[in-house]
Design a protein around this ligand. Structure first.
Ligand code: SF4
Ligand code: SF4
Length: 342
């Protein structure tokens, strides 16, 4: 795939053009200093110097709550799907989060497509900003999701001393580069070498923090983890669901119908497999009534080889959000360590 160079003094011009072409979602700093992926309306709002965003990109493709259809129950039942159709460019988003979207694609864009997710996904373009320095909770290097990627993005931007190196990773990314060729020049070998140097240095900034993903994958796949490990983790976990809601790859949802006048709406909401009622059946039978069973199911879906084989990769991208969000020492890093020690 092609690589281009965008001089520093032309970055705002290109961002301005993107803003005129589509809704642009980019890292934006709020009063507290935290960064959230949010719609931006001018190039100056983009927080290029951030490390990680508080929330992943999931809510833009799979909103926390959405109306998926409206129905009327008059003489004849009428059902009308509600699809969100809008061009969106996700600019300067982190590679772990782009990889998270690729995991959601396997879930919602497989053999049986989810039309609501895919309506948004087809019109989304992902421009990632490679990380030059890891945040303290990051372990994307263990999750095979960064800090630099070889593929999986539409474009990957790397901030060099004099401007941006833009690597193209898809036809969508190439079309975007073609549309703005007047601002770009083909990347020179020394610019590609500068990026490789930055990538090497970025990997050296990962601290002591780690996650034993390979060990956990093997043991989960072979069902080698004793029940006591799950019981111990269940003693810690308070079932708040925070880890699942913050996770870029968790995709559990539930559906409710709400009556309104002569009809109503069907809504979908995020759910969490750790909740007691998540798998409870209409009869009242609950196949995962024990908390430890629910934890085992969650980590099996994140890390087992069976899941990875079906979906192309395991489902932890090492963003570290569950580590920050879990107050109970039952997050991904703690769990993989517990599984490894058995
Ligand atoms: S693992 Fe932590 S964040 Fe997740 S539900 Fe349990 S207590 Fe909450
Ligand atoms: S399990 Fe935790 S570290 Fe892994 S992708 Fe989800 S939130 Fe990020």
């Amino acid at each position: 795939m092609n690589a281009y160079f965008l001089p520093r003094d032309r970055v705002d011009e290109l961002v301005g053009r993107l803003l005129r072409a589509a809704e642009v979602i980019a890292p934006k700093r709020v009063e507290t200093g935290d960064v959230f992926y949010s719609p931006v309306s001018s190039p100056g709002e983009v927080a290029w110097d951030y490390k990680t965003a508080v929330e992943p990109l999931k809510r833009f493709l799979l909103p926390q709550q959405e109306t998926v259809l409206r129905f009327s129950t008059g003489e004849k039942l009428r059902v009308e799907p509600v699809l969100e159709e809008k061009d969106r460019i996700f600019l300067a988003v982190r590679n772990c989060d782009v990889t998270g979207v690729n995991v959601l694609d396997a879930m919602f864009g497989g053999e049986i497509e989810d039309p609501y997710y895919m309506a948004r996904r087809r019109r989304a373009t992902f421009i990632s900003l490679a990380c030059l320095e890891a945040d303290e909770q990051c372990f994307c290097v263990c999750g095979d999701a960064g800090p630099f990627l070889k593929n999986g993005y539409d474009q990957q931007w790397t901030p060099l001393a004099e401007g941006m190196l833009i690597e193209v990773g898809s036809d969508k990314g190439q079309a975007l580069a073609d549309a703005h060729q007047d601002l770009l020049s083909p990347a020179e070998p020394d610019q590609v070498a500068e990026k490789l140097q930055l990538a090497k240095r970025a990997e050296e900034t990962f601290g002591e923090f780690r996650s034993y993903i390979a060990a956990a994958m093997r043991r989960l796949t072979l069902a080698e983890t004793p029940d006591e490990v799950w019981e111990r983790l269940a003693d810690h976990c308070v079932e708040c669901g925070g880890c699942t809601f913050l996770c870029p790859t968790c995709s559990c949802f539930t559906v409710t119908d709400r009556l309104e006048g002569d009809g109503g709406v069907r809504e979908r909401h995020w759910d969490a497999c750790l909740y007691n009622c998540y798998a409870r059946e209409a009869s009242g039978h609950n196949p995962r009534a024990e908390h430890s069973q629910r934890l085992r199911a969650r980590f099996f879906h994140k890390l087992s080889h069976q899941w990875a084989q079906r979906n192309g990769r395991h489902a932890c991208v090492g963003c570290g959000r569950c580590v920050v969000g879990c107050q109970a020492w039952a997050h991904m890093s703690a769990a993989t360590e517990a599984i490894r020690r058995g």
